[in-house]
Ligand binder design. Structure first.
Ligand code: GAR
Length: 203
């Protein structure tokens, strides 16, 4: 049976994209194949990672398209053209509206660097999540992979992994530990799980 075509959406460094590429190379993502990397920034280093891995990269920006609606329409057109069946948000720092998420029910997953429902929703992204966790004094944090709907970080949870907060942690140190011990592990696993479930459905 054909593999599920996966698009990975990125905005920055792309270490989670790298984790997905590496997992695919190791044969751990076998139900799907990353065939497209879509960035909303021309300068995202993730695009270099895609290029090195021989994966097609495209850039669509809200600024160039003129509005959120035009941005989403352009992205949808590209996804249709490429036959994409599963979208993985891996450090994608833009919120998708209901008009977009409704077109891909349980076909968009996202990695969030905290244990949802803590430190999530609007305004909680990247380093800010870890700053908030340290400010609160939590002793355990982690990462979550969840389905994406119109509510930021509001879709059903697929996988979570806890990570210890240590004395003297800075947001940067904690971010690195959460990535290494949780995000880079559960994102590829969740991508394979969802792709395998999609493959099980009528194609
Ligand atoms: C990751 O920690 C990811 O979980 C987070 O941004 C970072 C991107 O790093 N995403 C969010 O905060 C989304 N709400 P990367 O570009 O190296 O994968």
């Amino acid at each position: 049976m054909n593999k599920i075509k996966i698009a990975v959406f990125v905005s920055g460094g792309g270490t989670n994209l790298q984790a997905l590429i590496d997992a695919q190379k190791r044969g751990e993502i076998k139900s799907g194949e990353i065939t497209l990397v879509l960035s909303n920034s021309h300068t995202a280093y993730a695009l270099e990672r895609a290029k090195t891995a021989g994966i097609k990269g495209v850039v669509v920006t809200k600024k160039e398209e003129g509005s959120q609606e035009a941005f989403e329409e352009k992205v949808k057109a590209i996804l249709k053209e490429e036959g994409i069946e599963l979208i993985v948000l891996a450090g994608f720092m833009s919120i998708l509206t209901k008009s977009f998420t409704d077109d891909y029910p349980e076909r968009i997953i996202n990695v969030h660097p905290a244990l949802i429902p803590s430190f999530c929703g609007k305004g909680f992204y990247g380093l800010r999540v870890h700053e908030a966790a340290l400010e609160k004094g939590v002793k355990v944090t982690g990462a979550t992979v969840h389905f994406v709907n119109e509510i930021p970080d509001g879709g059903k949870i697929i996988m979570q992994k806890a990570v210890e907060v240590k004395e003297g942690d800075t947001p940067e140190i904690l971010q690195k530990r959460v990535m290494e011990e949780a995000e880079w592990i559960i994102l590829p696993r969740a991508a394979e799980l969802v792709a395998s479930e999609l493959k099980g459905k009528v194609k």
